[in-house]
Ligand binder design. Sequence first.
Ligand SMILES: [Fe+2]
Ligand SMILES: [Fe+2]
Length: 244
Amino acid sequence: MIIFERGEHKAVVFRGYTPPGHVQANQFLIVDSGQGLLADPGGRVVFNKLIAEMSKFVPPPRVKYLFFSHQDPDILGAAAVWYTGLENAKILLPDVWLRFLPHSFHHSIDLEGRVLGIPEEGLNVKLGECELQLIPAHFLHSPGNFQIYDPCLKLLYSGDLFASLFPSNVDYDVAESFESHVRYMEFFHRRYIPSQRAVQRWLQKVKDLEIEAVVPQHGAIIKGEENVKKSINWVSGIKGYLDD
Ligand SMILES: [Fe+2]
Ligand SMILES: [Fe+2]
């Protein structure tokens, strides 16, 4: 578990909960002034442990938002249990995936009630005293996909962009240097990111943000101005699946 904090504002990254045989996935909790946002909470297998651990930072009824960056099973596979477990939370999900969500439930859900579609161009959401920015990152890799920028800690929750996949004998929480880390990002980006055009569109949205750490949904956190800058430079030159 990695914690970033400034005053009443906290970010918690849960890294070690995915069992072998599942793609490793990180889960995230942002807390400001007693309100919480849980992001990309993973599949059903991590639910019991994650709800117990996150409750140490914010009581479940005080979680205001349940954010799903996109539609993959490692993101919203446990949507139904979280919907029940976080009784006051509103689901935030890209607009284009809204009508797919009910397939994760045993019962009908009211899309007008506790589910908010994130519009194509993005959305700002207030959490306590902090205004989080939901930034479009469409086709990186999912056609409807958002990242969270937290201006209160200058963190970018990048979803699958900057994901690293480690071999079984390697694991670390924070990438100490871009040069030794980039090898673990290469395969994923080459295969799952469709095209440089998608990267360029995203770059326009984030180019003016101050980012102290990039927190991806898989693998290690990229920390420090220099490492972040090198990583963004690298991604701005990668070849996606359709780029040859
Ligand atoms: Fe994904
Ligand atoms: Fe993912």
